[in-house]
Design a protein around this ligand. Structure first.
Ligand SMILES: Nc1ncnc2c1ncn2[C@@H]1O[C@H](COP(=O)(O)OP(=O)(O)OP(=O)(O)O)[C@@H](O)[C@H]1O
Ligand SMILES: [Mg+2]
Length: 171
């Protein structure tokens, strides 16, 4: 497998300004898959939350990847170099969201919008991938099968293409 095929944007020294650029790159890649308008809107929010987290809580370099999986889903991954893996919380119903909370809202929002089709996996080359998937058709794959497939792709990319590749770009 060509490990670079899925990478749509990569940044060695990210800052808050890079979120918009990398999120736009992810959306442009997803446009190949004929997502509904609602799914595009959800993807924009989720990619923004995960990229912001990677920059705020993780470590550079950061990359965003988009690919179509055989379970009829589009998958978006955000990679960062920190080995610390966030715990994906249960999705919160709107009534459960503390309106006064200033933090801790991003990942519950992602799990809710992704309908729990999301996860975290360590990468063989270091760091981790935080990912979500969007349904492309009527087929609704099992969450376990989807997570196994995403994990296997992450593992298969191997250690030959670290994020510090000289080809890294700086949005
Ligand atoms: N990429 C990451 N690397 C390491 N830790 C992370 C990462 N993403 C999230 N976390 C951890 O998970 C916690 C919860 O993330 P979440 O996005 O829900 O909230 P937040 O980023 O703290 O605040 P908010 O998103 O509401 O501004 C973070 O506070 C952080 O400790
Ligand atoms: Mg956050």
């Amino acid at each position: 497998m060509d490990a670079d095929t899925d990478v749509v944007a990569r940044c060695r020294e990210p800052s808050n300004k890079t979120v918009a650029t990398m999120r736009a790159a992810a959306l442009a890649a997803l446009s190949r898959y004929g997502l509904s308008r609602d799914s595009c809107d959800d993807a924009e929010i989720m990619a923004g939350e995960l990229l912001t987290n990677a920059i705020r809580h993780g470590a550079g370099p950061v990359a965003v990847l988009a690919w179509r999986c055989t379970l009829d889903c589009a998958v978006v991954e955000v990679h960062d170099a920190s080995p610390i893996q966030p715990v994906l919380p249960a999705p919160l119903a709107p009534a459960e969201v503390d309106p006064l909370a200033e933090t801790g809202r991003g990942l519950p929002l992602v799990t809710a919008l992704a309908k729990q089709r999301c996860g975290v996996a360590g990468r063989p080359e270091g760091g981790k991938s935080v990912w979500f998937a969007l349904l492309l058709g009527r087929h609704t794959p099992s969450r376990l099968a989807l997570a196994a497939l995403v994990k296997s792709r992450i593992q298969c990319r191997g250690i030959s293409t670290p994020l510090t590749s000289p080809r890294a770009s700086r949005p």
